[in-house]
Design a protein around this ligand. Structure first.
Ligand code: ZN
Length: 483
């Protein structure tokens, strides 16, 4: 098996991807190496935490010298690295320039010949909001080329992995269709393509929807690459939705015009009073000192910081998966930008999908804001409690854990049977008290109470309610009395 999952949280996972040049632990970021540009060399990338790199086979193919060298010595010696290397096919150039001078079979065979670890066919990245007719026509060519690439790899019996990109512009049904066709082809990695313009425009809601559309079709055991996503601001969301691989050209592109990456957004170097980072670059220089350094050298230093901070974010995300606190982590990150906030709130429309993935037992539930209500732990609890068996005719429900009661009433979770009051999730939940928590968190609890009462309409319930709770406990079914 090429991809093995070892830990899970939300829809995210830690996995191991086996490549011809060794195992890669995901989620991870592949720094983009441009073999034409003398910047931070591939051999230095391990230092930042890189386990796999990505380069563009089309650029190598088009440049006579590089091509000869790659064919003669192989891709890894050309880049002077022993890390696995994924190669892009020229699709990016296709999106920017509208045309490339190479055929699919040609570029697939070339990637094979130079020893790429992960080969990408020449898919067509249809831009967002394209005409439907164009999106569908592009997609058909993409699917045809993916089938051809798969045949070529199989015929040659080589060990290179094959990526099967998923396209379809901003159309849900086309993304799903592309995913359906992709999973029929024997691939190893499934990239979601054509999202860079959306990320650049902060259209995170569209990206979230596209990822979830794809994930609803692609089996959970397949590794997903979010092609072109490398800015740390979006990494935690993408991982929590089940993406495993990312690539960063951002570290270099942003450094070119003194843009400094942080997990909260991008800063211009000349706007920074002090550097909010402790990486080797930021520990050695102040913002002022960096600005005095000659442009070319500064670009490398900012590029290095951009890599340090991006890999730091990846490590924090992995730790959150290990300790099952990825929801809490994402809920903190989305507060960096309103577009992130609205994008994440869409998960409430995909609760069934999230429930399929999210582990049902964790250590704790930290409430961080109304998005915490959308976690699967909450809907699962509501469902479970609604279906408990009741033998007595009359029960007590208390809003205070101080009183002895058959059930307790808590924000978010609603009715909690006494025997569940010490266990995850409701018993291990840390939340602000009812007078300080958002109305939505109490409303969702009272709605759950109402459906519980309706379900057990033949029983009587005495609700002992304190303070603010009484304001919420209105319009209850007749079998409940508030005392
Ligand atoms: Zn730094």
């Amino acid at each position: 098996m090429t991809f093995e999952i070892t830990n899970k949280d939300a829809m995210g996972r830690i996995g191991k991807l086996k490549t011809p040049h060794g195992r890669v632990e995901t989620p991870t970021l592949m720094p983009v190496i441009n073999p034409n540009i003398d910047f931070i060399p591939a051999e230095k990338m391990k230092r930042f935490g890189a386990q796999i790199l990505i380069t563009n086979s089309y650029i190598i193919y088009r440049s006579g010298d590089l091509r000869d060298m790659a064919v003669e010595k192989g891709l890894h010696r050309l880049l002077e690295t022993d890390l696995p290397v994924m190669t892009d096919s020229g699709s990016y150039q296709l999106m920017i320039y509208g045309d490339v001078e190479v055929k699919n079979a040609e570029v697939v065979k070339f990637q094979q010949m130079i020893g790429s670890d992960i080969i990408v066919p020449l898919d067509i990245p249809t831009p967002p909001d394209a005409d439907y007719s164009r999106a569908i026509a592009d997609l058909e060519i993409t699917i045809e080329r993916e089938r051809e690439a798969s045949r070529l790899i199989k015929e040659s019996n080589s060990e290179n992995l094959l990526a099967i990109p998923i396209q379809g512009s901003t159309y849900s049904e086309l993304r799903k269709r592309s995913a359906e066709e992709s999973k029929k082809i024997d691939g190893d990695v499934y990239p979601i393509g054509g999202v860079v313009p959306l990320l650049d425009d902060y259209r995170f809601s569209d990206v979230v929807r596209i990822i979830l559309d794809v994930k609803s079709v692609i089996p959970s055991s397949y590794p997903i690459h979010l092609f072109g996503a490398g800015h740390p601001i979006f990494l935690s969301i993408a991982v929590a939705l089940g993406c495993d691989l990312f690539d960063s050209a951002a570290y270099a592109l942003y450094a070119k015009d003194d843009r400094y990456l942080t997990p909260y957004g991008t800063k211009k170097l000349n706007e920074l009073h002090c550097l909010p980072c402790s990486c080797p670059v930021c520990s050695q220089y102040s913002a002022e000192e960096l600005l005095k350094i000659e442009k070319e050298e500064r670009e490398i230093l900012v590029g290095e910081h951009n890599l340090w901070i991006s890999f730091e974010e990846i490590r924090k995300i992995k730790q959150a998966i290990k300790e099952n606190s990825l929801f809490e982590f994402v809920e903190k990150r989305i507060r960096s930008h309103p577009s992130l906030l609205s994008s994440w709130r869409q998960i409430k429309n995909y609760s069934t999908l999230l429930e399929e993935y999210d582990p049902s037992t964790k250590r704790q539930f930290f409430y961080t804001g109304i998005e915490s209500i959308y976690r699967p732990a909450v809907s699962r609890h509501h469902e479970r409690v609604k279906n408990v068996e009741l033998e007595k005719d009359e029960y007590t429900i208390s809003t205070s854990s101080e009183n002895n009661s058959d059930f307790y009433l808590k924000p978010v979770f609603g009715v909690v049977p006494a025997e569940m009051n010490e266990v995850y999730p409701a018993g291990h939940a840390e939340m602000p008290p009812v007078e300080y928590i958002e109305n939505e968190a109490v409303d969702v609890a009272v709605n759950a109470l109402r459906s519980f009462l309706r379900k057990h309409h033949d029983k009587k319930f005495i609700i002992r309610a304190d303070g603010v709770w009484r304001e919420y406990l209105i319009e209850l079914p007749d079998n409940a009395v508030v005392e």
